[in-house]
Design a protein around this ligand. Structure first.
Ligand SMILES: Cc1cc2nc3c(=O)[nH]c(=O)nc-3n(C[C@H](O)[C@H](O)[C@H](O)COP(=O)(O)OP(=O)(O)OC[C@H]3O[C@@H](n4cnc5c(N)ncnc54)[C@H](O)[C@@H]3O)c2cc1C
Length: 248
């Protein structure tokens, strides 16, 4: 079985977000990690490889900085890595670049995350599945393969949808696909083996332009600090709600 795991390379969740001239994300001092939703998919792919046998390719659209995430994925158990050399600035372009690279490669299972925690569009997987014209299950929380049939569970409002499909299929995973406690981390042996695995760099065929123009980023309004009022001082509370909070 051929599995493709798409990985986005994102700022660590504890990062302090800032912008240069309100137009560009300031990456200074930021450490980048594998998108957490993609980690669930990557671990699942390694379990499938262990149980059913599979060849796992990990792919990231990005500049050379994303190679640290690809190397980590190789250390966790992927067999080969591909970096499509393009600075991602538009979700549709990312999907097109991934499609252009994989369209003739006949992957049985394509795994992405439900969303990338940097720009949170949650559209790349749906776009790829449409371009490939293959089934797509979003927010996937369970995947089992029996007799060449894929049994899937998807989170829906207040319940779980149980589905099945033939290959090829694209799923967008999240927590539940594997549990957090089961997430694979690189072992020393894995890190050593990863050094010998192939990481290919692919140049995009076309110079893609974005039809979206970024005007600026705005940070959320800083919340005012909480003002404590003595529980016996109702007059001050009413005055503050009227004069400062302007809610009464
Ligand atoms: C105006 C604008 C400016 C931007 N500028 C930058 C920038 O300077 N630098 C930058 O890094 N990003 C930039 N981005 C973000 C970038 O375009 C993508 O949006 C982002 O990398 C993926 O986020 P998403 O929300 O589109 O993906 P989603 O659709 O939320 O991602 C879902 C899944 O798709 C897969 N996926 C997503 N992105 C990739 C990828 N790059 N490679 C492989 N698989 C992927 C992953 O499996 C992920 O879990 C910009 C976006 C916008 C809108």
């Amino acid at each position: 079985m051929k599995i493709l795991v798409c990985i986005s390379h994102v700022p660590d969740t504890t990062s302090k977000i800032d912008f240069v001239d309100d137009r560009e994300f300031d990456t200074s001092g930021i450490s980048f990690v594998i998108n957490p939703y993609d980690e669930f998919g990557l671990t699942k792919s390694v379990f499938i490889k262990e149980n059913n046998g599979a060849n796992i390719t990990v792919l990231c659209v990005g500049d050379s900085s994303c190679e640290s995430s690809l190397r980590k994925a190789l250390a966790i158990g992927a067999d080969e890595a591909v970096r499509i050399d393009h600075i991602p600035k538009d979700s549709l372009n990312i999907a097109k670049l991934i499609y252009d690279y994989i369209k003739d490669k006949e992957y049985d299972l394509i795994i992405t995350g439900r969303e990338s925690i940097d720009y949170n569009s949650g559209v790349v997987p749906g776009l790829i599945s449409k371009m490939l014209n293959i089934p797509f299950v979003n927010a996937c929380i369970g995947l089992d393969i029996k007799d060449n049939v894929v049994h899937l569970k998807r989170e829906i409002d207040g319940g779980i949808e149980v589905l099945e499909s033939n290959f090829p299929i694209l799923i967008a995973g999240q927590k539940g696909l594997v549990e957090e406690k089961d997430l694979k981390i690189p072992s020393m042996r894995g890190i050593m083996m990863a050094r010998k695995k192939t990481l290919s760099v692919v140049k995009p065929e076309n110079d893609l332009q974005s039809s979206l123009k970024l005007n600026k980023y705005e940070k959320p309004i800083v919340k005012a600090s909480c003002k404590m009022v003595d529980s016996n001082n109702i007059e001050e509370l009413v005055e503050l709600l009227h004069r400062e909070a302007k809610v009464i």
